[in-house]
Design a protein around this ligand. Sequence first.
Ligand code: PMP
Length: 388
Amino acid sequence: GTPICECNACFTGPDCSLFKPNCAVDVDSGNPMFLEPFWKQNAGSSGVMVAGWHRMGYEFEDGTLISKQLKNVIHKLHDTVGNANTSNKYILFGAGSTQLLNAAVYALSHHTPYSSPTKVVASAPYYPVYKSQTELLDSKKYKFSGDTSSWKNKTRSRTTNFIEFVTCPNNPDGHLNKAVLQGKFARHVYDLAYYWPHYTAIPSPMDEDVMLFTLSKLTGHAGSRFGWAIVKDKDVYDRMVEYIDLNTYGVPRETQLRALKLLNVVLQGDRREMFRFAHTIMKTRWEKLAEILSTSKRFSIEQLPSQHCAFSKQVRPPSPAFAWLKCEAEEDEECHNVLRKADIIGRKGAAFGVENRYVRLSVVNSRDDFDLLLQRLQDLVSKHRSIV
Ligand code: PMP
């Protein structure tokens, strides 16, 4: 008969209960399926039904492309979590934060003369899309120029403008990155996709000029393609809106409706239920991973410091969306190949601008995928221990 669920790659059968032996576990992409059980528990209150006649037009009644209600809920969300200061700031929406990355680059490079393109940089290891998207759009106004650290001491004496992506916590390594470049030539885009209590302590609200967030890593609805930017400066906001207007003429009304419905569930009751759920899963996953890796000399994960979280009122260790694994043995330069032989598919260091001694493994996938990853890692660690 028809399967009642979409099976993960390693499972088959009508109810996905048949395991395919020797199947490689795919933890390459950061598909945030770990939140699916929460939405199954809240299926009734989080569902959206859209009638055929609903919101057919381009604009809302006020002539804008943005739902006021959704904007208000986003203010309330940040007030509740305390991860971003939104007062006196502008908010705009994008098709995922992916679309907003370039909207920000476009806006911040606007006044640069063609003769000296703005350098777009990020601290390695960095999220690969900063590079690939900037290169795809191949503008005369801006160029991707690699790792921030190589430009660190050159900012004062020259006239080149910089746009620095600051990813906090960082994808792939979970560090709470801070801006490296300072001075009037440097503008910053804070990519805060993971600045939620699921993944990190929230010590204080961010209060930066351009901050990007996404529903993908907050509620797990990556497929709805919804992101938002919080912008301090009116000119930058106007330029970003111009980009979105010309690029897609706004975010689909269906997506905005779904985001509104989901965020209202997030903010119902004591406004903490989803955050408790998400953090408990991430915390447990990291305890299990750490336990397995603590017995290995061949594979390591950097220890990140605990911090006080103002949202949970606890001191918390980080529980990032990705494990940034390092192969310590000299011969294991191609760490992803070592893992691939053990039926684990990760993403190699080179994708993030660093050596392949590092590999990124997703910790946010479905429970089946994560359990299989643990099992494969356990086997790998035990095997290597017996060889040493
Ligand atoms: N920034 C970072 C750091 C990410 O990891 C991701 C998703 N992997 C994004 C932006 C883009 O997310 P989306 O387009 O789904 O909002």
